[in-house]
Design a protein around this ligand. Sequence first.
Ligand SMILES: [Zn+2]
Length: 433
Amino acid sequence: MKRCNIVRVLFSKVQAKVLETLGDRCAALWNAANFRCRRAFLKGEPVPSYATLCAEFQGHPAYKALPSDIAQEVLKKLRKAWNSFFALLRLWKEGKLEKRPGLPRYWKDRRTGKRLVKLIPVKSPRSYSLDARTLSLTLPKDLRDGNSRLVLHTKGILRFHGAPKTLELRYDRAKKRWYAHQVVEIPEPARKTRPEKYAALDLGARVLAALAIEGLNRQILFSGRKIWKDFLYWTKRIAEEQSRLNRAGRKTSRQLRRLYQVRARRLRHAFIALAAEVVRVLKRHRVTTLFLEDLTGIREDMDFGPKNLLVHNFWAFRMLRNLIEAACARAGIRVVPVEPRGTSSRCAVCGSPVKRLVRHRAVCERCGRVWHADANATVNILHLGSSKGHGAEATPQKPLALRWNRHRWVSRFESAAGTPKATSGSRMAARAA
Ligand SMILES: [Zn+2]
């Protein structure tokens, strides 16, 4: 499987200039080739393939100004952008997308119209080397200063070791820093032959994730309240900055990009910790297979949050899902996606329809069990996945509710011990449990 190492790249003033020049040349080639593709598309002609692009642009000054391993990679990346554009266009034609996708963009600043330094892709480890301390790159002839390679110091840990693949040097405009993203191919972790044991995870908005484990009478819920509150705070800051820019007749600023970055990063932090916690619990119970409910169930929860915050930020769920899948893959736990079919409308013990009292509380019409709706749904997914049907389990215990304290996922008992004054948010989360 493929994994990605990310390290920060340090540079001197001279090296900064070299990186900028290389990045600018990449942008020049991208823009020239993209112009060719866009014109073909708008005329209704076929958009050239990667091979055609290589053949057509080999003599182009922008291509010749770069080492061929970089130039080819720029064209490959452009063609990939077109491939995903066509995939989106197909979805849009089938009515699965609300907005028509835009054509792959030029790398240029909208305000100044200048070319934008974004990234430098390097094809293979033939033309770069990355170790714990340094990154070195082959330079084009005119940028060589006695030395044929550019040697940069790096900061960060290479988390994954395996066969090195492509590398991308990306420029972060908000931070004014360069980062190296290296893809490595690592062998799949050997799955130990253990007796099969199942667990199920239901993703949602109010409760981000509900976990049920075979043979365990208590489900674990991860409350989303704290996280969305934080997300909303940064969304407000973004809106303020946008209106400030509007008044100044501008569209974007470094500050705005920074705010978007902070918002995404804080969310990601909580999600990474959630995925790690889920895997920790699964390992402790020697789970071999996790049934993961597809995101479709979230639509029911869509009214949650002001101004339909989540409808516009659907990427957040995809991120959570991807992180959980990746964490399970690393731990050698198989993830099986399941379609949610009536998982929230039936009692997980007797299979009869349930009535929703308030948002999250469901009562079984026949056996009278009172469920937390998400806990009920996830137990149903577990039954569906393991095809064991509704068992004669004991009355479910109150689920264990965890909330995010900006560092860890904690139960309300732990958090009460840590912080003497409980906030209204945590009281609500406790009541939800
Ligand atoms: Zn029942």
